[in-house]
Every structure is written in C-alpha cells, then in structure tokens.
Design a protein around this ligand. Structure first.
Ligand code: G1P
Length: 303
C-alpha cells in the first residue's frame, strides 16, 4: 500500500534577483498575483491535494512569510468591528491551523537540492510533496491533486511535466519519456539545464514533485552540478536507479512567475478570471488602447 503524503515542502529562500528592486526587502514569494501572494497559491494547491503539514525552507529577510501564515489579531478585530465578515472569512480560510506549519532556514544559497535537504529532519522517513512557488498553475483540480492520483496508482516518485519550445529547455530540468499516458508515464532520464542539442526532449520538470525520503541521503552527498549548485535533479537521476519516477503531463495552464513575462501574464489571466474584477479590468485595458501601445513603444522602452 502507498504511504499517504501528508507533508509539503516549499523552498522560499531564493534571492529573487530577477525582480530587483521589488525584492530587495520583500521576498519574491510575497509578490502578488492580483491580491494573493504567490506562496498562498502554492499552499492552497497543496491543501486541495490533502496536505496537512506545510514546511517552509526560508532564508534571511523572509520573516514576513512566517507572519503571513500567522493570525493577525489587530487586523481581525478591526475587520470584525467594521462588519467586514467576508474579508475576515477569507483571511481565516487561507491559514493553516496551529501547529501545521514549520519553518527552517537554508543558511547558504547552495541550490534547490540543498534547500530540500534542509527539510530532512522535519519531513522524517515519509514521502513528501515539494512545490516551487515560482510556478503557478491555474486549473481544477490543481496539479498536485492530479499528481496524487498518479501516486495512488504507481507509488514511488512523481513529477509534474510540461512541454516548452525546444529553445527554452536550458532554463529547466528536462526528462526523457518512456511508456504510459499523459496522466502517468515512466520517466527514463533527467538532466538539469541541458544545452538544447543535448536535451532528451522538450518536456520539463515543472516545479511540483512527490518524493520518497530516500532522496535526502543522496542529497547529503550530492556534488555541485549545473550553475555550481547542488541540484535536486541530479539526486533524482541517481534515485531513479532504485525507484520508479512517474511523469504527469498535467491538465491546466501554467505561469513561470520567476520571469517577468510569466508573472505579468499570470496577473492578467487571474484578473480576467475574477468576476469582481473582470469587467472593470477589460474596460481599463481598452482605455489603454492596446493597439496604440503595441504599435508604438514608448521612448523609454525603445532606448
Ligand atoms: C528548478 C529546477 C528545475 C525545474 C525548475 C522549474 O530550477 O532545478 O529542474 O525545471 O525549477 O521551475 P530553477 O528555476 O530553480 O533554476
């Protein structure tokens, strides 16, 4: 029988250099898509998939993430006094219950593999989900839920897979695809950030994983890989010698919010999906007169 996945790990120690100066004092995971921070979307996705314990691997100046997942009595009292019950309910719904969050620090930026390893004592000898909050998924059910269904079938390890234009593979981990359907196929190979001509396919690892705890021992000894960092993909490639990996090409839309274009597109897509915002936003976009904006870049943009 497969062991239930109850814990999710969220690596949130990254410096967010691509979003400076916004991320000088603000963690990139707190950047908002419409009115919710990125990290909240990942937590919601995990909760929908049945996760009960939320583990955050943080770093310096990320304390505000811990505050975000705590109660804020002053705010709640004020909302209550003003009769703003909807806002209050929303706040409470977002919060994992007491004792269901853990925070640990990655003391040095040594890479994703090292960040995951930092969670080893909290996760213990259990399978766990891993969600990179940069990747935002829109769709029902959420990606992790789709992966849980594949996990029930196959046990072992599961990774979310997405197809990208071949020229973009070198920004990601890339897999080789073996037998099976889109909702659960055998992964035959993994390479972190390959040159396009060396990539086994254009199928990328897209920021969601269900992993067995044996990964931690491999991460402990993992030499540095692509970019001089301790890479999770390299340890997974070794684990593949003894355990199966299943790929799930999920149904839904994804946004790589680690890039400015992905982040801005996510904001537009989520805003247009909100009944309370959609009409006003469309009207505002029209007033921007998109045709003109697109035809003629402003002087500053052209320089
Ligand atoms: C990480 C992983 C990579 C994966 C990507 C998804 O890379 O190492 O395998 O494809 O996330 O976003 P990073 O974005 O941290 O460079």
């Amino acid at each position: 029988m497969t062991k239930r996945v109850r814990t999710a790990v969220f690596p949130v120690a990254g410096l967010g250099t691509r979003f400076l100066p916004a991320t000088k004092a603000l963690p990139k995971e707190m950047l908002t898509v419409v009115d919710r921070p990125l990290i909240q979307y990942a937590v919601d996705e995990a909760r929908e998939a049945g996760i009960e314990h939320f583990v955050f691997v943080t770093g310096r100046s990320k304390g505000v993430i811990e505050d975000h997942f705590d109660r804020q009595f002053e705010l709640e009292t004020t909302l209550e006094l003003r009769g703003k019950t909807r806002a209050l309910e929303e706040l409470r719904k977002d919060l994992p219950s007491a004792g269901r969050t853990s925070f640990t620090r990655q003391q040095e930026p040594l890479g994703l593999g090292h960040a995951v390893w930092c969670a080893r004592d909290i996760v213990g000898d259990n399978p766990f989900a891993l969600l990179l909050p940069d990747m935002l998924f829109k769709g029902k059910p959420g990606v992790l839920k789709q992966m849980m269904d594949a996990y029930e079938e196959s046990a072992g390890n599961v990774i979310a897979i997405e197809e990208v234009p071949h020229a973009e593979v070198s920004s990601y981990g890339v897999v080789g695809r073996g037998a099976g359907a889109d909702n659960g196929f055998r992964v035959t190979q993994m390479v972190e950030k390959p040159r396009p001509e060396e990539a086994p396919s254009n199928l990328i690892i897209s920021g969601r994983y269900i992993l067995q705890p044996e990964i931690f021992a491999l991460l402990a000894d993992q030499p540095r890989g692509a970019g001089g960092e301790i890479q999770l993909t390299d340890a997974m490639q070794t684990l593949m010698n003894t355990q199966p990996f299943t790929g799930v090409k999920y149904v839904g839309q994804s946004f790589d919010c680690g890039s400015k274009i992905g982040f801005l597109t996510a904001n537009v897509a989520y805003a247009l999906d909100r009944p309370d915002i959609r009409d006003g936003f469309l009207a505002a976009l029209e007033r921007l007169s998109l045709d003109e904006v697109m035809a003629e870049p402003t002087k500053a943009a052209a320089e």
